[in-house]
Write a protein that binds this ligand. Structure first.
Ligand SMILES: Cc1cc2nc3c(=O)[nH]c(=O)nc-3n(C[C@H](O)[C@H](O)[C@H](O)COP(=O)(O)OP(=O)(O)OC[C@H]3O[C@@H](n4cnc5c(N)ncnc54)[C@H](O)[C@@H]3O)c2cc1C
Length: 574
């Protein structure tokens, strides 16, 4: 089946819907989602969205920009961080006018709370900068955008799996994939395509991300020849529910929650004397694992406690209702009485598809654009998060750069004719699906996936070193070979989840290889990328972005400079 639109947006999270809503002012827009659209991961965001509104205490965009740059360990492109911080307040107000029910303070203004790494006056003390709606911020923003998109006539396609970008004469002119319900190929022919497919946390064993976070958008761009940027920077959130990885939002510490080791000590005082439990996530994740490695985990095990028992008031005021209900549901714990067992969980990808400030994809990561292709949200890397993203800075990234992409797409669509798309677009999808369904190899996907997740978690997560990374690279390459010999047991076409699993696993294996490869090259420690064998940050050698591109016999690494405008790199003390 072939559909035709001005613009097709892959991904119905907050980035995709923001861009879609904006573009719908002048364009015919389709939004595609492999899951039922309102189940996109953006709906799980709890804590909030950073913007220097100054509703609670003095704040300004320069401080927000500084915190973003410092939080990202100076790998942030500062011109982009400036846009993020400057435009954030306007975007929050705009969301409010669209109907987002933000929590309010006694003066009737949008209420704001603290979050890790956000400070006043360039690092003096924590500042209340995060705008929120109870602990369901992402849910209400996404639902509001979704409603507004429907009103504007944006067409949403649920349960369509996008496999490839269509490129013709050097321009992107659509996407191809298949309908999960029927297994039949679908082509979306358009003047412009926006990738807004979210992250790829499922590569790791423990993650806070949803099952859909398999990195299909990164992979589609990479396969189309786009170099991926800064893929070695993977964020581990310090407080995943132990054993499950489900997130206990940073909002819990923002409201006063305290991390304690097995001895009951508030250990963060030793690692970040000013911000303590609200230091950036990379620092806290390493602190937790250091406590555990030095024998101060709870009862000799590999977790610590998050103590909320003194926060009855916040809980009664519904500021942490999701958090408390999660731990009740999954652990049977009453957070007003008992501490919550937590450990780091894979949470966010700082790297991704390189774009400029308008969301235009840069194929070589530097200057060469791929006309018609845009990216926004977690799958994109406009480089505002550098080596470590601050909490609540993703939602604001989605709306600031999602909106900018939507605007640029409107102009692009006006000025460019519809390009013919490759004639074999549908048949290529059918061939791929048929060959997977016909596969009879003796490798099982579940085993390959588990081994990939175990390898990535044990050898390429919070602490890394040369030996482990080399072993991980070999292992992932072996798994890629084994994937060539898989056999699908389910042969039907209707809702064949084994087929979908196969396509996702292929993408994840490719991305795992890229992450490990980039991590192996970077011989320094910066933000979320910590090398035991190179424990210092090395600005002389490594203040540069990594670009990983596909070449005939593997991967090619390139680098590009980091844009420094206002804040010269300094030691990161909190
Ligand atoms: C539990 C949790 C809590 C968080 N809390 C916060 C917070 O409080 N504040 C904050 O700033 N950030 C938070 N984050 C981070 C933030 O929520 C995410 O980075 C962000 O929501 C990603 O949005 P997105 O629009 O890029 O993509 P997503 O919301 O992840 O949506 C991806 C979309 O792409 C679609 N898709 C993917 N692959 C395909 C394919 N092959 N074919 C078709 N469709 C496809 C999916 O169906 C989905 O619609 C949190 C993240 C998690 C996991």
């Amino acid at each position: 089946m072939i559909h035709q639109y001005d613009v097709v947006i892959v991904g119905a999270g907050i980035a995709g819907l923001t861009a879609g809503l904006q573009a719908s002012e002048t364009c015919k827009v389709a939004v595609i989602s492999k899951v039922y659209a309102p189940r996109s991961h953006s709906g799980s965001a709890q804590g909030g969205m950073a913007a220097a509104l100054g509703n609670e205490e003095d704040d300004c965009w320069e401080w927000h920009m500084f915190d973003t740059v410092k939080g990202g360990d100076y790998l942030v492109d500062q011109d982009m961080a400036e846009i993020l911080a400057r435009e954030a307040p306007e975007r929050v107000i705009e969301l409010e006018h669209l109907g987002v029910p933000f929590s309010r303070n006694e003066a009737g203004k949008i209420e704001q709370r603290r979050f890790g790494g956000h400070t006043r006056n360039l690092g003096e003390a924590p500042v209340k900068r995060s705008c929120y709606a109870s602990d369901r911020t992402g849910r209400v923003i996404m639902d509001t955008l979704y409603d507004n998109c429907l009103v504007r006539g944006v067409k949403i396609y649920n349960e369509v799996f996008v496999m490839s970008l269509l490129i013709s004469k050097g321009k992107c002119c659509g996407v191809s994939g298949y309908a999960l319900a029927t297994g039949e190929p679908i082509v979306f022919h358009a003047k412009a395509v926006l990738l807004a497919t979210g992250g790829c946390g499922r590569i790791f064993k423990t993650t806070s991300m949803s099952f859909a976070a398999t990195g299909d958008g990164f992979a589609a761009a990479f396969n189309a020849g786009v170099a991926l940027e800064d893929m070695e920077f993977v964020q581990f959130h310090p407080t995943g529910i132990y054993g499950l990885g489900i997130l206990v939002s940073e909002a819990a510490r923002a409201e006063g929650g305290i991390l304690r080791n097995g001895k009951g000590d508030r250990f963060m005082e030793r690692y970040a004397s000013t911000l303590k439990d609200l230091a950036p996530r990379d620092i806290i994740s390493r602190a937790i694992l250091t406590e555990i490695a030095e024998g101060r985990g709870v009862e000799g095990s590999d977790y610590v406690y998050l103590d909320l028992s003194h926060l009855r008031k916040a809980m009664q005021e519904q500021k942490l209702s999701e958090v408390t209900s999660f731990v009740k549901t999954y652990l049977g714990i009453d957070a007003t009485k008992d501490p919550i067992p937590v450990a780091p969980t894979c949470h966010y990808m700082m790297g991704g598809v390189p774009t400029d400030a308008q969301g235009r994809v840069l194929a070589d990561g530097k200057t060469q654009s791929l006309p018609g292709l845009y990216a926004a949200g977690e799958c994109a890397c406009v480089s505002v998060h550098g080596a470590n993203r601050l909490g609540t800075n993703s939602l604001v990234d989605l709306v600031v750069f999602g909106k900018r992409a939507g605007k640029d797409i409107s102009n692009y669509v006006k000025e460019n004719p519809l390009q013919l798309f490759p004639t074999d677009a549908e048949s290529a999808v059918a061939t791929k699906i048929d060959s997977l369904l016909a596969s009879t190899g003796n490798e099982r996907m579940g085993e390959i996936r588990s081994e990939m997740q175990r390898t990535m978690t044990q050898q390429c997560s919070v602490f890394r070193d040369n030996n482990n990374l080399k072993q991980a690279l070999n292992k992932i390459r072996q798994l890629k070979n084994r994937f060539g010999n898989i056999g699908l047991t389910s042969k039907g076409k209707a809702f064949n989840y084994e087929l979908e699993d196969a396509l996702e696993l292929e993408n994840m294996l490719n991305l795992a290889e890229i992450i490990v490869f980039c991590a192996l090259q970077r011989q320094e420690s910066r933000g979320s990328h910590y090398r035991n064998d190179y424990p210092e940050r090395d600005d002389a050698g490594w203040l540069k972005h990594t670009l990983a591109a596909k070449v005939q016999n593997g991967l090619q690494i390139n680098y590009k400079h980091v844009t420094v405008t206002r804040f010269e790199p300094k030691a990161r003390v909190y």
